[in-house]
Design a binder for this molecule. Structure first.
Ligand code: SAH
Ligand code: SF4
Length: 350
């Protein structure tokens, strides 16, 4: 498959056009792709006809809507179809004062976290930079959101492990933050990783990188190895060390995410150990009670347990409770596995 136009950076477009075209043409096409949000090149009326015809041999590269599901809480989950007919999920969570788009970085996920429905899919393939950016372009255009507005946030917390697709995640991020591209502030984009430790330092080298979130989810080495088997390769101790060494920018703190599993990692002792692990890092902790799903062998803790856990952590580190969004349509964290069966959706709504 030749590279699609969406996903190309300026030098790639310049190369594609060749020396015969004036330099401003590439900038014009770059702006049309990412700023004017056109859906095909015939909408760019000031391009010479010959050039437009030449460029037709390249697929444009925006995803198509295969399906979407609306939650009672306003969340919309899209099933978007890619060029090879595979589908990924993208979720829009509108809130008072902010809109968050949760995008995928891979089709499925190769990391085998025991509490996550996406893990059950395994990895089909990684997404290209164009497919990552395309999800943002689609949702922004479909809902009239302006990427330069501070209301709009993007989180790479959908399907997939971003740090196992780092070159494409970085390329997509550059296009998203380029003032002549999508034009978002890097402060309003967050990449979440399960802890592919060596990639943290690599990510840190990118000057215009998004914010970083780490899915901690356990308070001891042993517990984490059980819940997130990737820890056997990348130990918790080294992950925390990499976080400590991470060069935060003046405006930035790290986010640790922690999924509470009933009777497994949700005790007072766990909370105290979490504090010990992260309190020397400039960070905040987001706790979330497990979003259940078929095939997930864990339960959701009672609200009192969640409150007690949060209260202990909050004494030392800012700690927020993340409310699940779109639970009734399988759109919440860890629920993305392309569920379309009406029966299971209705079951959850009941
Ligand atoms: N692969 C990346 C990003 C996608 S997962 C990562 O793991 O960080 C996004 C978040 O959802 C992670 O913090 C993960 O721990 C959380 N999560 C996974 N399954 C969940 C579930 N069943 N309930 C609540 N959160 C879950
Ligand atoms: Fe993959 Fe993240 Fe799910 Fe783990 S929690 S299986 S890394 S998507």
């Amino acid at each position: 498959m030749s590279q699609t136009l969406v996903g190309m950076e300026l030098p790639e477009i310049q190369q594609l056009l060749g020396a015969a075209q004036p330099a401003f043409r590439a900038r014009q096409i770059f702006g049309a792709l990412y700023k004017q949000k056109v859906r095909n090149l015939s909408e760019v009326s000031n391009l010479p006809k010959d050039l437009r015809n030449d460029l037709r041999q390249h697929e444009f590269g925006l995803p198509e809507v295969e399906n979407f599901f609306d939650s009672v809480d306003g969340t919309r989950r899209y099933l978007l179809r890619l060029g090879d007919a595979r589908t990924v999920e993208t979720v829009l969570m509108p809130e008072e004062g902010r809109d968050t788009i949760c995008i995928s970085t891979q089709v499925g996920c190769p990391v085998d976290c025991k509490f996550c429905l996406t893990a059950l899919l395994g990895l089909e393939r990684s997404l290209t930079a164009g497919e990552i950016v395309g999800q943002v372009l689609h949702v922004a255009a479909a809902h009239g959101l302006s990427p330069t507005d501070t209301r709009m946030n993007v989180v790479m917390m959908g399907m997939g492990e971003p740090f196992l697709n780092l070159p494409n995640v970085l390329k997509a991020s550059r296009i998203l933050v380029d003032p002549n591209g999508v034009g978002m502030s890097p402060r309003r984009i967050t990449v979440s990783t399960s802890g592919i430790t060596p990639k943290i330092a690599e990510f840190a080298k990118e000057p215009l990188r998004p914010r970083l979130a780490i899915s901690l989810n356990a308070s001891t080495e042993e517990q984490r190895q059980e819940l997130m088997p990737i820890t056997r390769k990348y130990h918790l101790k080294d992950l925390i060390e990499a976080c400590r060494a991470y060069p935060l920018r003046p405006w930035e703190n790290l986010t640790f995410e922690y999924v509470l599993l009933k009777g497994v990692n949700d005790t007072d002792a766990d909370a105290r150990r979490v504090v010990k692990l992260v309190s020397h890092i400039n960070c905040k902790v987001n706790v979330i009670a497990l979003n259940p799903g078929p095939g997930i062998p864990y339960g959701t803790p009672d609200p009192e347990r969640v409150d007690a856990f949060q209260a202990i952590v909050r004494k030392s580190v800012p700690c927020f409770l993340r409310k699940p969004r779109g639970l009734d349509i399988y759109a919440a964290c860890g629920q993305l596995k392309r569920t379309t069966e009406a029966a299971s959706l209705v079951e959850l709504k009941a």
